[in-house]
Ligand binder design. Sequence first.
Ligand code: SF4
Length: 289
Amino acid sequence: MDSKQTVLQKLNKKSISAKDIANQFWCEKQMELYYTHPAKMTYAMEQGSAIHGKMQEEVYVPLTVEPTSWPDRLYKSAYENLATLSTLLKDKLAREFKIYGSLHGYSVVGQIDELRMVNGKVTIVENKTTDPGRKLESEYIRPHVVQVMLYRWLMDDIKNKQYQYQNFSISYHSDTLKLSEKFIEGLNSIGVKEDLMTLNGIYNKMFNAVVALPELNNNLLVHYLDRRTRQSITEMNVPYDPKAMNKDIIYAMKYWSGEREASPVPESEKWKCKICRFYGKECTAWWTG
Ligand code: SF4
């Protein structure tokens, strides 16, 4: 890579996704190669996204006004987040909450699959598809655990006002972004109030709505679903461990800051290479020929 290029530039990204960080705990090298050598969607990926689409439809209240620009889309995301939070409080269940935050000065985004009220607490749920009968050994579940803990970490930052709309505004330059006229007309037609007609207005309200949520649950859930039938297989409880999460974040961010190169899997996990499409091609870390 060009020595002046940052890791985000090399991967052609503006922010880090929570999924990227989770995937670093499967194989960091593979996560990087997926960006530098993109492929068409695999069957497993299609199945996964179909399930997410289907589950979201069940409890989703979309914004009927069509965005026509990047600022419009950013607005839509906050508007829908607000709808998701009110659905959560009303129905005790809501899907697809877009989360924004910052780690070591880098913007991080993610999409929480599901929020549930359990014993009066907001519970974060991550849905994963798998094959029935597949053993949920620690190496397999590691990225899932990291992902759900990271969502909890980012939610905490918002709830404790460590990350507020001002932080968001600086990262996304939202006070300089203008909504399209057509979009504003649409918002008017559905009765959106004047003070919520700007990105800052809607994000301020959205971040405040997270602050006002009931307590976050320290018990996180990873819900495994059958890749084909979409039936529930099992739900795994993940106790939130902020110390462990902090350690994982420090490790992960050393890659994003360029302090170290992407690591291949350790020798004890080289079985993963057999199911990796880069094995023996773009990656020869454990290639025996
Ligand atoms: S071949 Fe192995 S080490 Fe290389 S990217 Fe794939 S999983 Fe990682």
